[in-house]
Design a protein around this ligand. Structure first.
Ligand code: 8ID
Ligand code: ZN
Ligand code: ZN
Length: 350
């Protein structure tokens, strides 16, 4: 059931990987029985959207594709089987659009690992459009009165780094190193890590990134473009190595280095997904230091609720820059060059 919804809308769509990103009118999707129709007001731009467009990963994208998976908006319609949502509620489109809820991973609340997962902006048209559909079970519930531009980055970046920090299992007062600390995920990771009681060391490149890291409350910054030896510097600054490492850069070299500056019995968390990359860990080092290397992939519904709760309580706030949806190609260009400080958010009306 839905009323007052236009037939067409503005979207950014591409027809082949790396092909033209066309800003144009396309039909408004019709929600399936289990889906919400959400009027997307703002969407964050995640590096994953760039990977999806370029076709970086072994999993093929749906084509043509409307990308985007940090969409914040208002419920304007829903399918016949949807329960517990009403028109006017605030809802978020996240990476995990829907999962089967029947397999072993779903049963264990590892919904993002569902082999039948449907992914926003990848296998399901995402939030770079004014109206998007999302499975009502997985759609994020955004509290009444929330600023939709500010909350958008929480829907992927926030949930992901919050879950990654849980996976790092770092105790209050211990060191977390964040590699890629001033990008979209990194700038939120710094704040979640602080709010969770950790001491935060950040690694990224350039003066602007260092400035942001310090502003967000980070304790020690290493500029990888200037440091003579990042590994030695982390070990020195943390007096023996980081207890937890959150890898949110899209750099294979940075990921490999992180296995060397993790503290004994520490945890290296892999989050960033550079194309064709391997995490190379020297076996001797890993064994004698008993280092754990784990992957972390977005989060489940509980992680979503908890990550949003940190935001609502004012403990984390993404450093955002709002631009029009039509300028998405320029945002991708900046992201490709590593020039984005914080997160770009697109306004779907412009
Ligand atoms: O669930 C997941 N695992 C998940 C969820 C969301 C995003 C994974 N990701 C992945 C994305 O697909 C992407 O590969 O995380 C990665 C980072 O996403 P992002 O934060 O949206 O990207 P960004 O804003 O471009 O930030 C990356 C930062 O890394 C820095 C850059 O300067 C930038 O600030 N960086 C790079 I590139 N090389 C570095 C290096 N060698 C580095 N920082 C430190 N050392
Ligand atoms: Zn993302
Ligand atoms: Zn499943």
């Amino acid at each position: 059931m839905s009323t007052g919804i236009p037939k067409t809308q503005k979207a950014v769509i591409f027809y082949e990987n790396g092909g033209e990103l066309q800003y144009k009118d396309i039909p408004v999707p019709v929600p399936k029985p289990n889906e919400l129709l959400i009027n997307i007001k703002y969407s964050g731009v995640c590096h994953t959207d760039l990977h999806a467009w370029k076709g970086d990963w072994p999993l093929p994208v749906k084509l043509p594709l409307v990308g985007g998976h940090e969409g914040a908006g208002v419920v304007v319609g829903m399918g016949s089987e949807v329960k517990h949502w009403k028109i006017g509620d605030l809802a978020g489109v996240k990476w995990l659009n829907g999962s089967c809820m029947m397999c072993e991973e779903c049963e264990l609340a590892n919904e993002s690992n569902c082999p039948n997962a449907d992914l926003s902006g990848y296998t399901h048209d995402g939030s770079f459009q004014q109206y998007a559909t999302a499975d009502a079970v997985q759609a994020a519930r955004i509290p009444v009165g929330t600023d939709l531009a500010e909350v958008a980055p929480i829907l992927c970046a926030g949930i992901t780094v919050y879950k990654a920090l849980k996976s790092a299992d770092v105790k209050a007062g211990q060191w977390v190193a964040i590699s890629g600390a001033a990008g979209g995920l990194g700038s939120l990771a710094v704040q979640y890590a602080k709010a969770m009681g950790a001491r935060v060391l950040g690694i990224d490149g350039g003066a602007e990134k260092e400035e942001l890291f310090k502003k967000l409350g980070g304790e020690y910054f290493i500029d990888f473009t200037k440091s003579k030896d990042v590994i030695a510097e982390v070990i020195k600054a943390t007096d023996g190595g980081a207890h937890g490492v959150i890898n949110v850069s899209a750099s294979e070299a940075a990921i490999t280095a992180s296995t060397r500056y993790a503290r004994a019995n520490g945890t290296v968390v892999l989050v960033g997904l550079p194309a064709n990359a391997y995490c190379k860990s020297e076996v001797f080092n890993q064994v004698v230091k008993s280092i754990k290397i784990v992957g972390s992939y977005v989060g489940n519904r509980a992680d979503t609720r908890e990550a949003l709760d940190f935001f609502s309580r004012g403990l984390v706030k993404a450093p955002i820059k709002v631009v029009g949806l039509s300028t998405l190609p320029e945002v991708f260009e900046k992201m490709e060059k590593g020039q984005i400080v914080g997160r770009y958010v697109v306004d779907t009306e412009k």
